[in-house]
Design a protein. Structure first.
Length: 275
């Protein structure tokens, strides 16, 4: 995040926003800047990619499903917009620790002992590490001690749209993002790679709520896509994973998507029309 902060300081904050005498490295200024940047960035990613997905990928026929709520899209967006600032508070604390040099993020490829191969490996390990972390956190949020208070609001959307992707209770939203932020404190990661992965995970979160169940046949039971996550919203105790089905299969929570078996939401609508 220090790359973003440096760019904001250089092009906007230092020349136009902050007093000339307020040093760029001053902690209070960094915290304030990170809070604004994090909120604006999260809002831009959510609304931009969510809107693209909603208008160009999401099947609007799903809005005719009996479990699609009245004014649902507006309610999803409003819930997300209320939650994102609160989610950003602990997130900014972790970004601040990164900026102050406590993480293992590095600037140059030469700083990696394995060069470009290390960058490529770190991308794979990031995906597998965060997939594992999110699986267990997500599954834990379904425990009766936490579900009703923190995770139930996200399950209000049985037939989700892309805008449901960030419509979480703030505690739920932060906890499920925690593995993304913990990784660079444990493992070396290139700063630009981290920014790219951060954007990717936000887009992926939107994609698994987009109602487009198409996946290459040979990847259907490997990739945790929209079909899998739709069944998670509908049937509750299955498909907790984020990118892959690996941990659901290990944890005994894997469910073959009903959409792949002719029993999904689209099939239900088709049967309603036939009646």
């Amino acid at each position: 995040m220090d790359l973003v902060l440096e760019a904001a300081d250089r092009h906007l904050l230092t020349p136009y926003v902050y007093p000339a005498g307020w040093p760029e490295g001053e902690p209070c200024r960094q915290l304030l800047s990170l809070f604004v940047i994090t909120n604006l960035g999260a809002l831009a990613l959510y609304l931009f990619f969510g809107t693209l997905s909603y208008y160009f990928i999401f099947d609007h026929e799903l809005k005719k499903h009996p479990q699609f709520l009245e004014n649902q899209v507006r309610r999803e967006i409003c819930y997300a917009l209320r939650s994102l600032p609160w989610i950003s508070v602990p997130t900014v604390a972790l970004f601040f620790a990164e900026v102050r040099g406590y993480s293992k993020l590095y600037d140059n490829i030469e700083d990696s002992p394995y060069g470009w191969s290390g960058v490529f490996f770190s991308m794979l390990s990031f995906l597998f590490f965060t997939d594992m972390g999110i699986y267990w956190i997500h599954r834990g949020l379904h425990h009766k001690l936490f579900y009703k208070r923190f995770h139930k609001p996200h399950h209000l959307w049985k037939i989700a749209t892309p805008f449901a992707s960030h419509a979480f209770h703030p505690v739920d939203g932060f906890m499920q993002s925690l593995p993304y932020h913990v990784y660079p404190f444990l493992f070396p990661l290139h700063k630009v790679t981290y920014l790219g992965l951060y954007i990717f995970v936000n887009v992926w979160t939107i994609s698994i709520h987009d109602g487009d169940y198409r996946v290459p046949r040979f990847l259907r039971h490997v990739i945790n896509g929209s079909a899998h996550h739709t069944d998670h919203h509908l049937y509750f105790d299955y498909n907790y994973g984020q990118y892959f089905t690996l941990w659901d299969k290990i944890g005994g929570s894997y469910k073959s998507p009903t959409s792949f078996e002719g029993k999904g939401p689209h099939d239900y609508l088709r049967k309603l029309r036939e009646k």
